[in-house]
Structures are given as structure tokens and as C-alpha cells.
Write a protein that binds this ligand. Sequence first.
Ligand SMILES: [Zn+2]
Ligand SMILES: [Zn+2]
Length: 253
Amino acid sequence: MLDLHVHLLGHNDREANRENIRAFLDEATRRGLKEIGFADHDYYWDQMNFPLILEVARDYPNLAVRIGFEAEYRPHEEERIKNLINQFPFDFVIGSVHEFDGWIFDIPEEEHMHRKKDVDDFYARYFEVVTLAAKSGLFTTIGHLDLIKVFGARPGKDILTLADEALTAVAEQGLVLEVNTNGRYKPVQEFYPERRLMEEIQRRGIGFTLGSDAHCAENVGRDLDEVSLLLRQIGVQSVVGFAKFDKVSYSLD
Ligand SMILES: [Zn+2]
Ligand SMILES: [Zn+2]
């Protein structure tokens, strides 16, 4: 029904041209989505073309096409992100942590470090930085809440304890969390966040949005029907999209 996390530029291996934009919008239409959100990584800023996306979107009147980006959150770079946000009237901005203390932890080259380092320590440090991202006031959405599990390293401590402060900050700031289906295709082989966290998010009244994290058109909307069912099972009645930072609610019925 909505997919608010797709990467038109992929890993900067594709151009933001009409043909590629159409491929994403065609797949969204084919999957019956009502809303799609472009959220390329901020480090490809100069390759982005928001006006062209909006121009092509005019040919898809039944699809709400939203413009955002996925910001790499580092605590000392809030000014940099704020400057980017001010450059365009964005619908949403995802704050994501893929790196802390100089460690880019989610790339395959770093998998072995997840077995070397102290798991409780790096989970705790990861969620500290996610908490700062939530408190920054910059974002509408926090991306893949438990990305730190990407290679399947599991903490001894309870995940609900580790994520507690981050969830509190998300709730206080009125942010939403995404169910990001891309984790199923990573070594951990499960959605972000895991089900216990989803239940806790629901218990705290935090809103959910949906994201495939597609880096190519074929993956737009991937597994999101299944996520909608899962969310319904745990009592979630609606999911959230965004128009110029305002929440738009979609019933899961
Ligand atoms: Zn990400
Ligand atoms: Zn992403």
C-alpha cells in the first residue's frame, strides 16, 4: 500500500533519468501501491533530481509520489543534514545509522568484526546513536531500527532494554518507525525491526511506515503485503505516509 524507502540511484549505479523513474513508478503501480517515497542516500546528493521525479509523476495521478532522502546520521553532522533538508520542500526524511565511531558496520567487509567485537557493547553504542538521531529533531522517520543485527550477531541483553531509550526518544519526538523488508535478504534473514520490537512499538503507540529499501525497480514494494498482515496481527490498524512532513494515515483494512 505504501513504500517510503526506495533508492532510485541504487548504489549510485543508475541515473535519475525519466526511464529509470518510470520503472520505479510502474512497479509501484503494478503492486497496487498508493504512495511511493524516493529516499536516496545523502552521499549521492549531486546525482539527485527531485524536479524530474515530480514531472514524471504527473503521468501517475493515482500514485502519491513523495520526495525524501535517507540521511546518514552522525552526531557531529546535524548542521550538514539541516542544510540539506533546507534545500528542497521534502515530504519526509529518514534518519539512518549505518556507521558509528568511524565503524561502517553494515558492509560485507565488516562482517567478521561482528564476531570479534563485544556484541552487547556495539548494540548499546548503536542504539545510543539512534537515540541521538531521534532527538535531533531533523527527521520524520528512523530507518531500519535494528540494522545492527544485519549479520546475525545477537546480544546477551534483552533487545527491549537495549532499544528502550531510542524508543522513548522516537515516541517523544512523534517520529515513525519503518518496517524495512530488506533485512530478509541480508545474512540475518529477517525484517527490521524484529517482531518483539514491532510489538513494543505498537504498545507505545508509535506509528509505523513501510519500506522495501529497494535499490532497483523490481524490488519496489517487496514483501510489504506480508508486513501489512503481520502488523494487523499485532493490532496495528494503520500505517503512515508523509506529505511535506505531515502524516498521512492509511488504514490496513
Ligand atoms: Zn539504510
Ligand atoms: Zn536505504
